[in-house]
Write a protein of this length. Structure first.
Length: 394
């Protein structure tokens, strides 16, 4: 039983490292332009091809050890292997070193006297010369890494310095754990405030999307390379699906209808339009309430950035476009009736049993559609009585 438990535990380290690598890939994608390419296990743990022809190669060294273990110490085979991999990449692909950035990433603290920390923080020629001298000295006191160090030292010192200038360390100080990295990614995803409560959900969906994209490529024996535009498209879809779930307009009972506003609108054009087709005071009062509530919501949604001027223009167009054939049909079908009755048919069919959509999102409350139609009738952009234009010209 102990052996089985130990075996299961030993898998947790690689699994955590695997998870960390996808977090890092998502971090790059969340800040990528449409033209950038992010590779996973394509020459390096993470590779980035930027649009101007620059390259970023990243090695991820993750550890779940409780004690403060430095996975990229001076005598670490992993560290020297990484330097060798980077040098091979530069030479095999004939990449100009000045166009490359090499990132060593770990979730652990790296001491200041560590070679990688000194390389990353070096600024002057003297600093880099000291780093080269330390590389020479390291090969003398550790037998196990001598072949790896010699691979680096095969190059002349000037080339080694130009190579070291492009190396950066990202350790515990700025990459503490997955939760901190996740917070940064969520910030990069630029999730609208209206759906900020869905941030975690969107984060996990996009992390899953990256994993699926990589697995799909690997199953097809292809390199896992994700284009920035593909990620942007998937993120847009994830955000929009949550926006569609969101209720735009509030329920009618949540919107105050001040009595003074009701009295103020009793002389409005949209009320006079109603008087042309009905004598029912309750129906006219309902029209005023719908007008006030819809106006209030349209203003709020515009102020909060939920509705753009383009959305409002489309809303108006769609409502008017729907009203036109209803009006023509009712005038023709009910031509034997008086104008008041025909007008009521037009009003009833236009405003009832229909919920308008805004910006591609459906509304849920009838007052919003009816009230918006009353706003249009206030400006004589729609009307109920067959001869409404004639009446208001007079």
């Amino acid at each position: 039983m102990k052996e089985k438990m130990s075996s299961k535990h030993s898998a947790s380290g690689p699994m955590a490292g695997y998870s960390f690598q996808f977090y890092r890939a998502l971090s790059w994608l969340s800040d990528a332009t449409s033209e950038e390419l992010i590779g996973i296990e394509t020459g390096d743990d993470i590779s980035v091809v930027e649009k101007e022809g620059s390259f970023i190669f990243e090695q991820d060294k993750h550890s779940i050890a409780v004690q403060n273990v430095n996975p990229i110490g001076d005598t670490s085979k992993s560290f020297w292997n990484t330097l060798g991999i980077w040098l091979d990449l530069v030479k095999s692909k004939k990449l100009p070193v000045k166009n490359c950035r090499f990132l060593m990433v770990t979730n652990k603290h790296v001491p200041n006297d560590c070679l990688i920390k000194q390389i990353s923080s070096a600024e002057s020629d003297k600093d880099y010369s000291l780093c080269v001298a330390k590389i020479h000295s390291v090969s003398n006191f550790s037998q196990k890494i001598q072949p790896l160090v010699k691979k680096v030292l095969q190059n002349d010192d000037s080339f080694i310095v130009s190579f070291l200038r492009q190396i950066e360390l990202v350790d515990q100080e700025c990459n503490r754990d997955n939760s901190a990295l996740k917070a940064q990614i969520i910030e990069n995803l630029r999730i609208p405030s209206g759906i900020s409560n869905k941030s975690e959900e969107i984060f996990h969906e996009m992390l899953g999307w990256v994993q699926q994209a990589a697995m799909r490529a690997w199953y097809q024996n292809k390199p896992a390379i994700i284009q920035g535009q593909a990620f942007i498209n998937a993120l847009d879809a994830a955000r929009h699906s949550r926006i569609r779930e969101k209720k735009l307009e509030r329920s009618a009972h949540l919107i105050e209808v001040p009595k003074d506003k009701v009295l103020q609108h009793r002389g409005s054009v949209f009320v006079k339009q109603m008087i042309l087709i009905t004598n029912d005071e309750n129906e006219i009062n309902d029209a005023v309430n719908d007008f006030i509530r819809a106006s209030s919501e349209l203003l709020r949604l515009s102020d909060e950035g939920e509705l753009t001027p383009s959305d409002l223009k489309t809303l108006k167009y769609d409502l008017v476009d729907r009203w036109k054939p209803i009006r023509r049909r009712n005038i023709r079908i009910h031509k034997d009736k008086n104008g008041k009755d025909i007008g009521y048919h037009i009003f009833d069919e236009t405003t009832n049993n229909y919920l308008v959509s805004i910006g591609g999102l459906p509304t849920e409350h009838p007052y919003f559609t009816r009230g918006t139609y009353h706003r249009l009738s206030e400006n004589l952009e729609v009307g109920w009585h067959p001869r409404f234009e004639e009446f208001f010209e007079k």
